[in-house]
Design a protein around this ligand. Structure first.
Ligand code: ADP
Length: 441
């Protein structure tokens, strides 16, 4: 009852009882008056109680109004959340007829919300998938929810897209199934990303396989080439040594050319073999204690004639207290030969400086610095990649196949060291190797 009306009625009763009381006071019959006064008094008490009850009622009514407003605000909030949620939400009855839909669902199905309401959800499933959809729906009645059901949905204009549906059952208090709540997501981009990922993985596998075949081929070919090449070289050298005096100068020159080209070819073949071994982790170091300065001096001297042929200076600086280190001297020499011959190969004026330094108690440093053509800064990151060459035309003239630095890098890593390069086009290059004094056996 309306509390205003209720208090109005109480007031009316109070006025009437007052009126009655006044009238009783005017009446001459005392006995009846007493009884009446008593009744009026009781009525007044009852009225008082009613007033208290009325007060409580008013309070409860206010609370109820506040609660109602709260509920309305919450409903509004829920409606907005539902409406503006980034995912599509639908509510259907047990037959799958759409009862509610938010904006995202309408956008996904390319239909306005008002057109969506009342439509069977199955309308948006392509013909060929409807059977499976129905079967799933029947099974769903026994379950409470189903997550990430991947399905193809069809928009009104026929456009198909991959969607994921998450479904929850809606039940009344008695547990009777009323319908389903659907969360609809467009997973086209996810599917595309998955597809891309799969093809990348496949490509990766193919690549790994081709790398494996390549290194295997390199190993086999270089091994097969090395044996006859060694015998060609060996016999040519023997021929020249034994029958030197029998040959006219022209013939000697020819044999010397065979030997030079043979040696060059052998270096290439050995580089290929080393590289393929390093790629397959088949190369093992053979650490021994040796004098680093002696090794660097001897290697520099071996290459001095190459520098002199080009009128280049070749200087060695050594600044190391204890030059004895534990490493694979053969492999370290190989790295140094590569850096030095590159430095000479790519320098036309000026010269090359080799430096040996002690960095700290446990580390030594080797540096090969030239005043040559340099390497463009943008290409410095590629320089240690196999078969990489900065300028194909120069290197074609100079020879080489781009394996030297890749091998040097792999060897230095195997020695637990680092190799870095600093260079600028036209301003020379500096290769720097840092190595631990001792590598484990
Ligand atoms: P290769 O010398 O057989 O071509 P490397 O792996 O030793 O192979 O060198 C790769 C490329 O790096 C060279 O072709 C050259 O372009 C560049 N390069 C290496 N060292 C130098 C250097 N000191 N100065 C300029 N360019 C260099």
């Amino acid at each position: 009852m309306n509390p205003e009306k209720f208090s109005q009625q109480i007031e009316e009763v109070r006025q009437r009882s007052q009126f009655l009381e006044n009238r009783v006071g005017e009446s001459p019959r005392l006995q009846d008056n007493l009884l009446l006064l008593q009744a009026i008094e009781e009525l007044r008490t009852a009225l008082e109680e009613l007033r208290v009850a009325e007060e409580e009622l008013r309070e409860q009514n206010e609370q109820l109004t506040t609660a109602n407003q709260q509920v309305a605000i919450e409903r509004q909030r829920y409606q907005e959340l539902f409406d503006f949620a980034p995912d599509g939400y639908l509510v259907t009855n047990t037959e799958g007829k759409i009862l509610e839909a938010n904006r995202a669902a309408a956008a996904l199905l390319n239909l306005s919300k008002s057109f969506l309401i009342g439509k069977p959800l199955i309308n948006f499933i392509p013909e060929q998938e409807r059977r499976a959809f129905r079967t799933q729906l029947i099974q769903l009645s026994d379950k409470e929810r189903m997550q990430e059901w991947e399905i193809c949905l069809q928009q009104r204009k026929g456009h198909l897209f991959d969607a994921s549906l998450s479904v929850t059952t809606v039940r009344d208090r008695q547990g009777k199934l009323l319908g389903w709540r659907w969360l609809v997501r467009d997973i086209t981009s996810r599917k595309q990303a998955e597809e891309k990922m799969r093809s990348i993985q496949l490509q990766n596998l193919e690549l790994q396989e081709s790398v494996r075949i390549k290194t295997h081929m390199m190993a086999v070919v270089s091994h097969e080439l090395r044996t006859p090449l060694n015998s060609i070289l060996g016999f040519s050298q023997l021929l020249l040594r034994r029958y030197y005096n029998l040959f006219v100068p022209e013939l000697r020159d020819m044999i010397e050319r065979i030997i030079r080209s043979g040696k060059h070819l052998l270096t290439l073949v050995e580089n290929m073999l080393d590289f393929s071994r390093l790629e397959r982790d088949k190369l093992e170091l053979n650490p021994q204690e040796f004098n680093l300065v002696e090794l660097v001096t001897a290697t520099t001297e071996e290459l001095r004639c190459l520098a002199e042929q080009k009128n280049l200076t070749l200087i060695l600086h050594a600044n190391i207290e204890n030059p004895r280190i534990l490493n694979d001297s053969v492999r370290l020499r190989q790295v140094l030969v590569n850096l030095l011959s590159n430095a000479i190969k790519f320098t036309d004026t000026g010269g090359v400086i080799v430096e040996v330094q002690q960095l700290n108690q446990d580390k030594v440093m080797l540096m090969v610095k030239d005043t040559g053509i340099g390497i463009p800064e943008s290409q410095l990151t590629n320089i240690f990649q196999e078969f990489w060459q900065a300028d194909k035309s120069t290197t074609r003239k100079q020879g080489g196949i781009g394996l030297g630095l890749a091998i040097a890098d792999k060897l230095v890593r195997l020695m637990h060291g680092t190799i870095t390069v600093e260079s600028n086009l036209g301003a020379g290059s500096t290769f720097r190797i840092e190595l631990p004094r001792q590598i484990s056996h």
